[in-house]
Design a protein around this ligand. Structure first.
Ligand SMILES: *Cc1c(COP(=O)(O)O)cnc(C)c1O
Length: 457
């Protein structure tokens, strides 16, 4: 082990960032504006405020402020579980017999089990500031719902969660954690909203999708007085809050002279990846340093690698603003794979733009290969990773193995977004040899892509 670099780098409390970093400010070409689904014109903060909290609507549209102060109460909450450790994966390096150095930023050390709490606490704080009664939201795998439930119980707000049906059924314990924090949890599509009833009628027996749960949660928020909707990924405000991951990582790297060559993250809607890479991307955009960034997505839901860069609806019910993003089409319902947090049809408009400009790479990986990596990591490094996070582990291992072939001593950094304690049904399938891979055919993708709205952008 390297004597100068601890196995786990823990920053002190006063090294916590006090402002979030907004990568949009450093982008020469900004992400395309959100469009109002009713008028087709760019949305205003006013219009967005019907759905989102006012302050968050402002953050969503802010392409210019480089830094936005983290409110004191949010910072205090962060101190309960941050700074999160940056870990040198010495044991994995040894097992792979690679000259590469591997680091991971571990976000699983809180009860929500993932990075989602970083944005949940911020969003619920602004809801509280605005004097709201509560928030509605959707959850796929359950991590976001848990994070919002925790944030709501902390600030004393009501919390209504629409949980994608397949996860609701596969993960009863996750549901119970949310209820323990006081949230009201409904499987989606449900019969409690107009959108839910329509989807149930059109696709009987559907196991749901994030896009559909979003529509239900938005409908509920808009029709309930004193409620707004909060979203755990995709939006630029979420990437902003998640920049706390990248800022801490950068402070730790700078402090110990660590210079990552490759930075890897799993990508569902793009929030952890966007948060991790943002400050490093800022350096790249300003010409101060260079890095390779790799987004890793499931082969079953390949929005960056096989989607189209176009305006699309954010939700199946087509009520949210349109975003220009890499998308598979808002009607795309991915097969029931085990990385529920990565089953969204589109990708953050910020990351989509960076990818389109060639500033970031993307690859897709198959489920069994992901679990091979997850189990290897658990056995060697000790931590049981979330299936979502394991997409990044897969790519990090693959890059480290390439270094073994070429003899290059690259420094590889990846985001370990969470733990997999609620994903044991997936691990059970894998351990029993019953896990399969599903890759959508071109014609399947074409079916939903052909229905993209006809908007030039
Ligand atoms: C939600 C989630 C993800 C994917 O979401 P992003 O917005 O793409 O980061 C990844 N890992 C874990 C553990 C999650 O809970």
């Amino acid at each position: 082990m390297d004597k100068n670099i601890p196995y786990k780098i823990y920053l002190s409390e006063d090294e916590l960032p006090t402002a979030w970093y907004n990568v949009r400010a450093d982008m020469k070409k900004k992400p395309a504006p959100l469009l109002d689904p009713a008028t087709g014109k760019p949305v205003t903060a006013d219009a967005l405020s019907a759905v989102f909290c006012e302050e968050l609507a402002k953050q969503e549209l802010d392409n210019d402020s480089v830094y936005i102060d983290i409110p004191g109460e949010v910072l205090n909450f962060y101190k309960m579980y941050r700074p999160s450790p940056l870990v040198r994966a010495y044991f994995l390096e040894k097992a792979l017999d690679t000259p590469a150095k591997i680091y991971y930023k571990f976000e699983g050390n809180n009860t929500s089990g993932s990075h989602k709490l970083n944005s949940a606490i911020a969003q619920v704080y602004y809801a509280k500031q605005q004097g709201l009664k509560g928030v509605t939201t959707e959850t796929g795998a359950g991590q976001w719902g848990t994070a919002v439930s925790m944030a709501c119980s902390y600030f004393g707000l009501d919390c209504k969660v629409y949980m994608v049906k397949v996860s609701y059924e596969q993960k009863p314990f996750r549901r119970e954690v949310m209820r323990t924090y006081g949230a009201d949890v409904t499987p989606s599509p449900s019969m409690t909203t107009r959108v839910g009833r329509e989807i149930n009628e059109k696709f009987p027996g559907t196991t749901g999708s994030l896009g559909c749960a979003i529509s239900e949660a938005v409908e509920k928020a808009v029709e309930s007085e004193g409620y707004r909707y909060v979203l755990g990924s995709v939006l630029s405000q979420v990437l902003l809050h998640q920049s706390v991951i990248g800022l801490e990582t950068m402070t730790a790297c700078d402090k110990y002279g660590i210079k990552p060559d490759i930075i890897i993250g799993c990508a569902g809607g793009g929030s952890n990846l966007g948060g991790l890479i943002s400050p490093f991307m800022g350096r790249k955009l300003r010409g101060e340093a260079d890095y390779r960034f790799i987004a890793v997505e499931p082969a079953s839901c390949p929005s960056l690698t096989r989607g189209r860069y176009a305006y699309d609806f954010s939700d199946t019910g087509r009520v949210c603003p349109l975003q220009k993003m890499y998308t598979l089409g808002c009607d795309f319902i991915p097969s029931a794979n085990h990385a529920g947090g990565l089953r969204y049809h589109g990708m953050s408009s910020v990351l989509s733009e960076l990818y389109d400009e060639g500033l970031m790479e993307a690859r897709s990986v198959e489920q069994t290969a992901v679990f091979d990596a997850a189990v290897k990591f658990a056995r060697i490094e000790g931590t049981l990773p979330a299936p979502e996070s394991s997409h990044a582990i897969r790519a990090a291992i693959d890059e480290a193995l390439k270094c073994k072939e070429t003899g290059e001593e690259k420094t590889i950094l990846f985001g370990l977004t969470g733990t997999g304690y609620f994903d044991l049904v997936a691990y059970q399938k894998y351990n029993d040899g019953e896990m399969s891979d599903y890759i959508p055919s071109d014609s399947e993708l074409e079916a939903s892509l052909s229905k993209l709205p006809d908007i030039k952008g």
